[in-house]
Design a protein around this ligand. Sequence first.
Ligand SMILES: *Cc1c(COP(=O)(O)O)cnc(C)c1O
Length: 231
Amino acid sequence: MSLAERLEQVRERIAAAAKRAGRSPDDVRLVAVTKGQPIDVLRHAYELGLTDVGENRVEEAMPKLRALAGIACRWHMIGHVQSRKAREVAQHFQMVHSVDSLRLAQRLGRAAGAAGRDLPVLLQFNVSGEASKYGWPAAEPNKWNELLDDVSQVCALQHLRVRGLMTLAPLGPDSEAARPTFQRLRRLRDFLAERVPDASWSDLSMGMSDDFEVAVEEGASLVRIGRALFG
Ligand SMILES: *Cc1c(COP(=O)(O)O)cnc(C)c1O
């Protein structure tokens, strides 16, 4: 199947999931995860209308960014960012989904300020409780109060614009198994929005190839999809 055909299928599945949840498909943005894909594929994807591109490693993303400098892609950083890479990320990406510590947020904020821009970011939470996952630990709702100090400080940083939350569900072919994780992230969003009202909190970045329909049903505004598009 061609990329164009897979893209059409993915878009149809997003639209159907949105409809089931009484949402507009326009409220779900598709981020094409292009890690491991060569420049030609990115160019083709862009021509097909995939204007939001996600990369999870700075070292891999930078050469692609440079090669496609003339193309108006929106670059999303979706993987863990080491502090020493904060400057590059703050200069070149349109959104960072994977802000997972106060320290990284501070670095990104300073770097964005030095670059003369404000950087839209999402805060990554580990709501599944898996030890392997990055993000502030947030699997237990009765401990969410402990997050408020960091979250308030991140939201107060001058050159960051907090837009919402991001998470990764447990991997696996059973998409229903991801539903509680997505529901918990949405509840955490509501919890934070009520207590830290000076950020926008409108975005939920959740859902990948195996579980994006469930994520859309549970309120995802950004889905990050690689394999279902690129094989
Ligand atoms: C690779 C990756 C994705 C996309 O995963 P697929 O299963 O290929 O759709 C989404 N989010 C993050 C953080 C990733 O690293």
